[in-house]
Design a protein around this ligand. Structure first.
Ligand code: 7PJ
Length: 279
């Protein structure tokens, strides 16, 4: 198992699970929306997440929430590139770009990103080629359908097995394109074209993904499966997120993608302490 990843010169140590802090730079996150107004709150949010223990910052300008509309290329570039440059100049951290667009991947890596997080697993035209050239670690996530419609009627023969097959095919496509398999990470994609029952089964069987011999990233932070189980609004899902994050680390997750970094760090530390005890 790979423990050390080279993220454009910065080392990511996966000998213990790490927390990836989420930085959304979508206009709905900030009332004014303009670029200058985006930078300031983004930077203080990054500073806070790093102080709390995040080792990667995931910058996303494309809303992938269920029902979300597509964002144009120029709009996405406008949202994320200046923020990445700013983070790269002010902090010594690994910046991840959460995008499915090859042009955004290229520009983001040039601006200082050292990790690509693609919810579409490099299936866009040209994405594989761009990823080869970028030469940074890449997280391949599973999604059934597309964000606008994915929650309509998700269906699987066996959710875990189907997703393992999809991810192993995408890993093979990456290797065939010339990407070093040691640069790949996988993510089952909680909430992306999955019912509550399917999300829960995936979590129960998460350790099955270890058969792909690749680090596993998990994002459950504030997701609707928590809202459904607890009947809780988005701002009431921190404890539910921690519960799921604990289960994920217990079953071998290597990176936890989270909004509430301090809370996710507690989940990581508790699950890791119990996992390692007596070994
Ligand atoms: C995920 C993501 C996830 C990875 C989003 C949200 C939706 N990337 N981007 N895994 N989710 N790798 O945060 O609710 O689960 S956007």
């Amino acid at each position: 198992m790979i423990r050390q990843l080279d993220c454009a010169g910065k080392s990511l140590d996966l000998s213990t699970p790490q927390v990836m802090g989420i930085l959304n730079v979508t206009p709905d996150s900030f009332s004014d929306g303009g670029q200058f107004n985006l930078d300031k709150p983004s930077i203080s949010q990054v500073e806070k997440m790093l102080q709390q223990g995040a080792t990667l910052i995931d910058v996303g300008g494309e809303s992938t929430r269920p029902g979300a509309a597509d964002v144009s290329l120029n709009e996405e570039l406008d949202r994320v590139i200046s923020v990445i440059e700013k983070i790269a100049s002010e902090f010594d951290t690994i910046i991840s770009i959460d995008t499915s667009k090859p042009e955004v991947m290229t520009a983001a890596v040039k601006a200082g990103a050292g990790f690509i997080n693609d919810v579409n697993a490099l299936q866009a035209d040209g994405a594989l080629d761009v990823a080869v050239k970028a030469n940074v670690p890449i997280c391949l996530m599973h999604m059934q359908g597309e964000p606008r419609t994915m929650q309509t009627a998700p269906s699987y023969d066996d959710v875990t097995k189907d997703i393992i097959i999809f991810l192993s095919e995408r890993m093979q496509a990456c290797v065939d394109a010339g990407i070093d398999s040691k640069k790949l990470l996988i993510d089952p994609g909680f909430g992306f074209g999955k019912t509550l029952e399917q999300n829960c089964q995936l979590m129960r069987e998460l350790n099955a993904f270890k058969e792909l011999d690749c680090p596993v990233l998990v994002g459950v932070s504030r997701k609707s499966m928590i809202g459904q189980i607890l009947d809780a609004e988005v701002d009431e899902r921190v404890f539910g997120s921690v519960a799921l994050e604990t289960l994920a680390v217990w079953q071998g997750a290597n990176i936890i993608r989270a909004h509430d970094v301090a809370a996710a760090m507690d989940a990581v530390k508790i699950a890791t302490a119990v996992k390692m005890a007596g070994l």
